[in-house]
Design a protein around this ligand. Structure first.
Ligand SMILES: [Zn+2]
Length: 154
């Protein structure tokens, strides 16, 4: 196993352990899902990207956070989330990965806008918005799923 693979394995193992030791709310607050995805991506890019190699150390540190903080103070949780955000920023900027929900959100915005115009035409804004939002959810989910399949989402 290469050292990158080794790092990925150990770090993911540690993160998986939190599924047993932390409750769902804390897991969500410390963004356990995002940490897992970031570790996998950083490992993927590390071979050719020196910044991702540096991020390995950063993420190891970030991943150790939840174990120290069963009852983490709010400020500590804030620092943790900021550190995680700073680390994932490189993945967004340099590796062009979009945050989860980007296409879904776009679909809703677009659908609502279309729905309002439709509602004006139909002389029933409420119905228009309902149709538009429904369309937006469908289109947004489709685009989101495709982007995920193509590996463009973090
Ligand atoms: Zn990188």
């Amino acid at each position: 196993m290469s050292s990158i693979e080794q790092w990925k394995h150990t770090t993911l193992e540690a993160l998986l352990g939190y599924h047993q030791t932390l409750d769902a709310k804390t897991r969500k607050r410390c963004r356990l899902d995002l940490m897992q995805r970031a570790v996998m991506r950083v490992a993927e890019f590390s071979e050719h990207c020196s910044e991702c190699q540096r991020l390995q150390r950063e993420l190891t540190d970030i991943a150790a956070f939840p174990s120290r903080t069963d009852r983490a103070a709010k400020s500590e949780m804030k620092t943790h989330r900021k550190k995680l955000r700073d680390s994932t920023e490189h993945l967004h900027k340099a590796h062009k990965l979009l945050p989860q929900g980007t296409y879904f959100g776009l679909g809703i915005i677009l659908g609502t806008a279309i729905g309002i115009s439709l509602g004006i035409l139909m002389q029933s804004i409420g119905t228009g918005i309902a149709i538009g939002t429904g369309m937006g959810v469908a289109i947004g989910s489709g685009l989101e799923a495709r982007a995920k399949r193509e590996g463009r989402i973090l």
